[in-house]
Design a protein around this ligand. Structure first.
Ligand code: GTP
Length: 596
């Protein structure tokens, strides 16, 4: 297709605002999928995505559409809609000339959508503001048209109104895409440059790589080079998705499609990388490539130690499809063999954990998520700490922690509650704007460690679920942080070490000591549980010695809530861990680590 007749666009929307439904409707109206074959939620392929209602992996579909008797090819590129995947979103946006900003006409815009809208504007995309679900009785298009109109800089009456469900307004929207989005421009004669905006591992075909060609032409059966690594691969197949993969004779400037090289790991086909021809290829890569950087770390341990090899195999499998997933073996005195795993953020952690448990049938315990600290010692040496138990001994000059730029959107009545929460989480207010009379946008600098702790849950509960949050990691700050150790009879229990702000150290120590006291059975002798910062004890509990007439297996406290975990431990297979001379059943540690 000549580039004047191509339009590349994506849909920016909050979860549940109806992106998949609208996309399905477009596929059907353009004849790409007929009604009978139209699977609900066509674009969301993974089960978890469907169940959780989130889209993690982006894909691209080509749709024919006629305007004034001229045939156009519309490429719809699906963007992931979640906080942790900002980089992937930015690459999908970079593959497009325009974006449909889709907002639920009964809800208004959410923080995540706003963040992605700004990202699209920075990428100079043409924005088409659209209100969806106008068929809903609760829809208030007038109110929200003014809100999103002013964000995008158009009059309220120029905000399109559609219903993905009934199809109202959708043909007009497709016409609008053709008329208002610029056609892609590229150098047709130069060496090929195509950007990878997604790559997906397929069991049968290996990695399927989604690309947008900017310059030149990719033709089948040539050898291609990945410019970030210089790796050369044979091109086995190239084509477009409509809605199934259809091989083509090549992809020209402005076109969007897929390629298959036979590589088996998405790490060899990285999002953001530039593909060129191996012979007489481009010398300069397209701008914007960066390696995915894990920001949140957690130890994952199998509850049943004999599952360790299965956990390793499962992680190896998931890694094929997730270039951002990082892990290395970790051994813990309390939890045995496991892995230290790096994630893009909390949602990424949750998705991986859920897939491990569901798709691989593993029972796991995760240690509290932590971030990377950069520690400068008195003597000037610098250490990166990915795991609180690896915190260096000795005199520390400075500790730096990652900070985020966070945006919170909420009804104005919750401003006070949100400010109070952010303040208690060491947030610094950067600004506040009214989006409309009763909705505000608050901007904060917040430590990432506070966000991964329990920020989101608290935000939701203090605003009755109305607030939405987006954050992006942006640099580091020095902070007054300390490592708190939990000691059993003077011996540290590694899985419970935490790096916390000095003001929070005491609270953490008291809480953990209390929990452990209730979970660890009595021994023949008295066992002190202590929380310590270095050599200084900040909290203490005692497990009293067993009395002669009381037999073992006597748990104190209420463990009924932990039953689900405990049941998994078969009787007779109970593993005891020795911390110094104290014998502790492993499930006591597991129970102490499981939140609630
Ligand atoms: P993610 O895939 O998680 O991003 O969600 P989504 O934005 O794709 O939302 P989805 O299309 O799954 O729609 C969310 C819910 O809204 C579903 O229950 C849909 O049936 C409903 N919905 C979507 N579009 C419309 C619409 O135009 N009108 C009405 N009444 N409901 C709609």
């Amino acid at each position: 297709t000549p580039s004047e007749r191509i339009r590349n666009f994506c849909i920016i929307a909050h979860i549940d605002h109806g992106k998949s439904t609208l996309a399905d409707r477009m596929l059907q109206l353009t004849g790409v999928v007929d009604e009978r074959a139209m699977r609900a939620q066509y674009l969301d392929r993974m089960d978890i995505e469907r169940e959780r209602g989130i889209t993690v992996k982006s894909q691209a579909v080509r749709m024919p559409w006629q305007v004034d008797g001229v045939n156009y090819a519309l490429n719809m590129i699906d963007t992931p809609g979640h906080v942790d995947f900002t980089y992937e979103v930015s690459r999908s946006l970079a593959a497009c000339e325009g974006a449909i900003l889709l907002v639920d006409a009964a809800q208004g815009i959410e923080a995540q959508t706003l963040a992605n809208l700004y990202l699209a504007m920075e990428n100079d995309l043409t924005i088409i503001p659209v209100l969806n679900k106008i068929d809903l009785p609760g829809a208030d298009p007038e109110k929200y048209a003014a809100e999103i109109g002013s964000l995008v800089g158009v009059a309220p009456e120029d905000v399109l109104r559609v219903s993905g469900k009934t199809g109202v307004g959708v043909p007009e929207l497709l016409d609008h895409v053709v008329r208002t989005l610029p056609a892609p421009v590229g150098n047709a004669d130069g060496p090929c440059r195509a950007m990878i905006f997604d790559s997906v591992y397929d069991t049968y075909r290996g990695v399927v790589t989604y690309v947008r060609v900017f310059d030149g032409e990719l033709s089948p059966r040539e050898r291609i080079e990945m410019m970030s690594t210089g790796a050369v691969h044979d091109l086995l197949e190239i084509g477009v998705i409509s809605p199934e993969p259809v091989p083509t004779k090549g992809l020209g400037p402005g076109e969007v499609g897929y390629l298959i090289t036979g590589v088996k790991d998405v790490r060899q086909s990285k999002v953001g990388d530039t593909v060129t021809s191996a012979r007489r290829g481009a010398t300069e890569a397209l701008a914007g490539y960066s390696d995915p950087k894990p920001m949140v770390f957690s130890g994952l341990f199998p509850i049943d130690g004999s599952d360790y090899p299965a956990l390793r195999d499962a992680l190896d499998k998931l890694k094929l499809n997730d270039a951002a997933l990082n892990y290395e073996p970790e051994t813990s005195t309390a939890l045995g063999f496991g892995f230290r795993v790096g994630f893009l953020g909390l949602l990424h952690l949750e998705i991986i954990r859920e897939r491990l448990e569901r798709e691989f049938d593993l029972d796991l315990i995760a240690t509290a998520p932590s971030v990377i600290y950069h520690v400068t010692m008195e003597d000037g040496t610098e250490v990166g700490v990915y795991n609180p138990s690896d915190f260096p001994e000795g005199k520390v000059r400075e500790i730096r922690e990652p900070v985020t730029r966070a945006t919170i959107l909420a009804p104005a009545e919750y401003i006070g509650a949100i400010m109070e929460l952010c303040q208690s989480k060491r947030g610094q207010l950067q600004g506040m704007d009214y989006l409309s009379e009763d909705r505000v946008e608050l901007r904060y600098i917040l430590p990432l460690a506070e966000i991964v702790f329990d920020f989101f849950d608290q935000l939701k509960s203090r605003t009755k679920g109305y607030a939405s949050l987006d954050y992006e990691v942006e640099g580091e700050q020095a902070a007054d942080l300390v490592k708190v150790d939990m000691l059993l009879q003077g011996e540290p229990v590694d899985a419970f070490s935490a790096v916390v702000h000095r003001d929070r150290a005491y609270g953490y120590g008291v809480e953990m000591a209390g929990k452990l006291k209730n979970l660890i059975p009595r021994q023949q002798f008295e066992v002190p549980i202590q929380a310590a910062i270095g050599a200084r004890i900040i909290a203490r509990e005692n497990i009293r010695a067993m009395r002669k007439d009381v037999l073992s297996k006597c748990y104190g406290g209420d463990i009924s809530r932990k039953r689900k975990l405990l049941e998994k431990q078969k009787e007779g297979k109970k593993r005891m861990k020795n911390i110094g001379s104290v014998e502790v059943p492993q499930e006591a540690f597991i129970a102490a680590l499981s939140s609630d």
